[in-house]
Design a protein around this ligand. Structure first.
Ligand SMILES: Cc1cc2nc3c(=O)[nH]c(=O)nc-3n(C[C@H](O)[C@H](O)[C@H](O)COP(=O)(O)OP(=O)(O)OC[C@H]3O[C@@H](n4cnc5c(N)ncnc54)[C@H](O)[C@@H]3O)c2cc1C
Length: 398
C-alpha cells in the first residue's frame, strides 16, 4: 500500500493552500485561532466564499457542485483547511442533507434545495435524536400521520443544534409502529416556520445556547417534502450518518492545535510564565500527544489509500472516530494545563479573547470554554462507547 503523495497531490496541496491564504478573512482566521465561537453570519460568509470557488461541497456528486477529487485529495483539502484555520461549512448542509437529497431526492427537491443548501441560503438543522432515542436512534417516537396531501406531526426532538437559526429541518419520524423499529421510519424535510413548531433552548456547559428542544404540535408537512419512500427513512439516515467518514479523525485540526500549543508553550516560557519543571512536564505530554497523532495519521492514510483503491467501507472508521476525538480532547486538556490557574476562569465564550488585558493571553480566556465544548465530540456522531462496541464486533470479532 503506497502512502506517499504524488506530484499531482503536492500541486493540489499548493493550490488549496494558496487559495485559502488569499481568501480567508483575517477576522475569521483570528476567531478560529483563539477558539472563539463562530456565529451564523461568520459561517454563512465563509461558506459563500468557498461556494464561489466551487469548494463548499466537494464531496457531493459533481453534477450538484461536487469536485471529482480522489480520496487523497479530499484528505489533503481537509488538512489544509484546518492548518489554514479555516472554518468548516455547516455540517448539516454540507455533510448531511446535501448528499441525501443528491442521492434520494426527486428532481424537484434537487432543484429546489441543492443550490440553496450549498450556498447556505437555507440553514438546515438535524431532527433525529429524541428523549429515549439517541444511541438507539431507531426508537424514535415522533409520529407522522397521513392526512390528505400532508403528514401531521406530533412529538419532540432534542439536542437539535442551531435549530434557532434554522430555516429547514430534516427529520426522522415514525409513520408505522407495526414492524421492527427500523421499519416504519420516514425521512421528512420541514419548513421551520410551519405553525405548531416550538423551539426551547438548552444552555450548555460552555455558556452557549446552540442546543435546543423542538416540539411539534399538529405540524403539517406536505407529502412532497418526503425523501424517498414512506417507511424507508432508516436507509436514508444510514447513508447520511455514513457520509464523509474519511475525515472523521480530524487529523488536520489536531495537528494545527498541537502546533499552536507548541508555539504557546515557547511564548509562555519566553515570558517567564512556566517553571522549568512545568516546561519539562508539558514538553513530555506534547511529545506523547504527537506520537499518538502520528500513529493516528498513518491509520487515517491507510484508510484513505484503501478508499483510493476502491476499498469501500472500512471498519477502521470507528477507530478513527474514537482516537481522533480522544486526541482532540487531549489538546484542550493540554491547553488548560498550559494556561495554569488563569485558565480556570470561565468567561463569555463569544468574546473570550476580548476579556483579557494582555492580547497575547487571549487564548487563555478561551481555554476553559473550549475544553468544555469539546466534551461533545465523543458523544455526537455516534458516542465513543458505541464506536468501541463496533470495533469489538467488526475489528476484533468479539
Ligand atoms: C453537542 C451535541 C450536539 C448534538 N446535536 C444534535 C443534532 O443537531 N441533532 C440530533 O438529532 N442530535 C444531536 N445530538 C444528539 C446526539 O446524537 C446524541 O447525544 C447521541 O447519539 C447519544 O445519545 P443520547 O444523548 O440519547 O445518549 P444515550 O444514548 O442515552 O447514551 C448515554 C450513555 O450511554 C452510553 N451507551 C448507550 N448505549 C450503549 C451501548 N449499547 N453500549 C455501551 N454504552 C452505551 C453512551 O455512549 C452514553 O455514554 C447532539 C449531541 C450533542 C452532545
Amino acid at each position: 500500500m503506497n502512502l506517499d503523495f504524488t506530484p499531482e497531490d503536492r500541486a493540489f496541496r499548493r493550490e488549496v493552500r494558496d487559495f485559502l491564504s488569499a481568501a480567508l478573512p483575517a477576522d475569521l482566521r483570528r476567531k478560529m485561532i483563539e477558539r472563539r465561537h463562530l456565529g451564523k453570519a461568520d459561517i454563512v460568509r465563509w461558506q459563500q466564499i468557498m461556494n464561489a470557488r466551487g469548494w463548499a461541497v466537494p464531496a457531493w456528486p459533481v453534477a450538484y457542485g461536487g469536485q471529482p477529487w480522489t480520496p487523497t485529495q479530499r484528505y489533503i483539502f481537509q488538512e489544509e483547511m484546518a492548518l489554514a484555520h479555516a472554518p468548516e461549512g455547516s455540517p448539516f448542509n454540507v455533510n448531511m442533507i446535501g448528499p441525501v437529497i443528491a442521492k434520494f431526492g426527486t428532481a424537484a427537491q434537487k432543484e429546489r434545495f441543492l443550490p440553496a443548501t450549498a450556498n447556505i441560503d437555507i440553514w438546515w438543522c438535524q431532527g433525529f435524536s429524541e428523549p429515549g432515542a439517541g444511541s438507539d436512534l431507531a426508537a424514535i417516537k415522533t409520529g407522522a400521520v397521513r392526512d390528505g396531501d400532508d403528514y401531521v406531526l406530533n412529538g419532540q426532538k432534542i439536542w437539535t443544534t442551531q435549530a434557532q437559526h434554522a430555516d429547514w429541518m430534516f427529520a426522522l419520524v415514525r409513520t408505522d409502529n407495526s414492524g421492527k423499529k427500523q421499519q416504519g421510519i420516514t425521512f421528512l424535510l420541514l419548513d421551520m416556520r410551519t405553525p405548531g413548531i416550538t423551539i426551547r433552548p438548552i444552555p450548555s456547559i460552555d455558556g452557549i445556547s446552540d442546543l435546543n428542544e423542538v416540539f411539534f404540535d399538529d405540524v403539517r408537512v406536505p407529502v412532497e417534502n418526503r425523501i424517498g419512500e414512506e417507511g424507508k427513512g432508516w436507509d436514508y439516515a444510514k447513508h447520511l450518518l455514513g457520509h464523509e467518514r474519511s475525515g472523521i479523525a480530524r487529523i488536520g485540526l489536531s495537528k494545527e492545535r498541537l502546533g499552536q500549543l507548541r508555539h504557546l508553550q515557547a511564548d509562555m516560557t519566553a515570558r517567564g510564565r512556566l517553571s522549568a519543571v512545568e516546561q519539562a512536564r508539558l514538553a513530555r505530554k506534547l511529545a506523547e500527544a504527537e506520537v499518538e497523532l502520528r500513529a493516528l495519521e498513518l491509520t487515517q492514510l491507510r484508510v484513505v489509500a484503501a478508499d483510493a483503491q476502491g476499498g469501500g467501507a472500512n471498519s477502521a472508521a470507528s477507530i478513527l472516530k474514537v482516537k481522533g476525538t480522544e486526541l482532540r480532547q487531549r489538546m484542550t486538556e493540554l491547553a488548560l494545563e498550559l494556561a495554569g490557574p488563569a485558565g480556570l476562569a470561565m468567561p463569555d465564550h463569544h468574546d473570550a479573547a476580548d476579556d483579557h488585558a494582555d492580547p497575547a493571553d487571549g487564548w487563555i480566556a478561551a481555554a476553559a470554554p473550549f475544553y468544555f465544548t469539546m466534551r461533545k465530540v465523543s458523544i455526537f456522531g455516534g458516542s465513543n462507547e458505541i464506536q468501541k462496541n463496533i470495533v469489538a464486533k467488526t475489528v476484533l470479532g468479539l
